[in-house]
Design a protein around this ligand. Structure first.
Ligand code: SF4
Length: 324
């Protein structure tokens, strides 16, 4: 399955390993982004540099003025709000077919949440938190896209969800480009278990779209299917849904496995439920049965390998399933 992954188009803040463009002239080396490089196509920019602030530059911050957020430069006291908003609209309108975004955490330009808001330019504590100007533009324009910060991607669960979303999105773009019914049918078949884990409700809707009982044209079908797909992948699946999918998968081998083997699998599922082992433990057990019993229908299910294997790593921020 490894060679079947198309490269997702991912936007990244340029300072995350692509250029020394931070306000102090530094670059941030991100191991995960380096690891992604052979597997994705990166598109990068630095909004602060693009609006002419130069490198290095005086830092900027978000200030609450008359109930509105303004982007202000500390030492020069320049108000950069209009200039930044103009850049954000123009730049985002020029982006084509993006599968996901990795944005610099807490930046007043790129951040998506947790960006400090100050009452003014003088030294003081922050009064609340919001999104950066560019980050806010991304969230508004791409409500269903995979949008994360490099910091949140340290969480094992968030990283897995992000990778699943961007690789599924890239695969669907291929289907969309081909405009062939057989590709849509195959995409739906291969993603059935994955969608079952994400959203039973959307899986049903998508099944009906693919069945096409009302004889819609390919363009209309793909549009409705894409909308449902994006909705299905919006939220992380509940861990109990993965347990349901794996229990369903076990059914394919119920007559082939010895009762001891089945017990062993169900124990590992229970250990996953109690957060004693990662999901990969019961998933790999099922995958070993898939290989042993040559179960081709399950082998093609993206649920078992939603993204290239060498992007899986157990590194975690230590917050387990509490990813909010
Ligand atoms: S966070 Fe965004 S604006 Fe700031 S240096 Fe990085 S790319 Fe540029």
């Amino acid at each position: 399955m490894e060679d079947k992954f198309p490269k997702p188009n991912i936007f990244s803040s340029k300072c995350l390993g692509f250029a020394k463009c931070r306000w102090n002239g530094e670059i941030i080396q991100e191991g995960f982004i380096d690891k992604l490089k052979p597997h994705v196509k990166f598109i990068t920019t630095c909004p602060e540099y693009e609006i002419g602030l130069g490198i290095p530059r005086d830092p900027i911050r978000i200030v609450l003025k008359q109930n509105a957020y303004r982007l202000m430069q500390l030492n020069t006291e320049r108000d950069l709000t209009e200039r930044m908003n103009g850049f954000v609209s123009e730049y985002l309108a020029s982006l084509k077919e993006i599968d996901g975004f990795i944005l610099k955490d807490r930046s007043p330009s790129c951040g998506i949440k947790e960006v400090k808001v100050y009452p003014g330019l003088e030294p003081s504590s922050s009064i609340k938190k919001t999104s950066g100007f560019f980050g806010e533009g991304v969230l508004k324009r791409y409500p269903h896209a995979a949008v994360e910060t490099e910091a949140r991607l340290n969480n094992f669960t968030i990283r897995g969800h992000f990778l699943t979303k961007v690789f599924t999105s890239a695969k669907f773009r291929q289907v969309k480009a081909g405009q062939k019914m057989k590709d849509l049918v195959q995409f739906h078949a291969e993603n059935k278990f994955l969608l079952m884990a994400y959203s039973q409700k959307e899986l049903k809707v998508m099944g009906n779209i693919v069945a096409n009982r009302s004889g819609k044209g390919m363009g209309e079908l793909l549009e409705s299917y894409e909308l449902s797909l994006r909705k299905a992948l919006d939220s992380m699946p509940k861990f109990t849904s993965a347990i349901n999918v794996l229990t369903h998968a076990l059914g394919y081998f119920s007559k082939k496995l010895a009762s001891q083997e089945k017990r062993f699998f169900l124990n590992s599922l229970e250990e996953y439920r109690r957060e004693q082992v990662p999901l990969s433990v019961p998933v790999n057990l099922i995958y070993s049965y898939i290989i042993r019993f040559k179960e081709e229908y399950l082998k093609q299910q993206t649920f078992f390998k939603p993204y290239p294997e060498d992007l899986s790593e157990v590194k975690d921020s230590g917050r387990g399933r509490s990813y909010r």
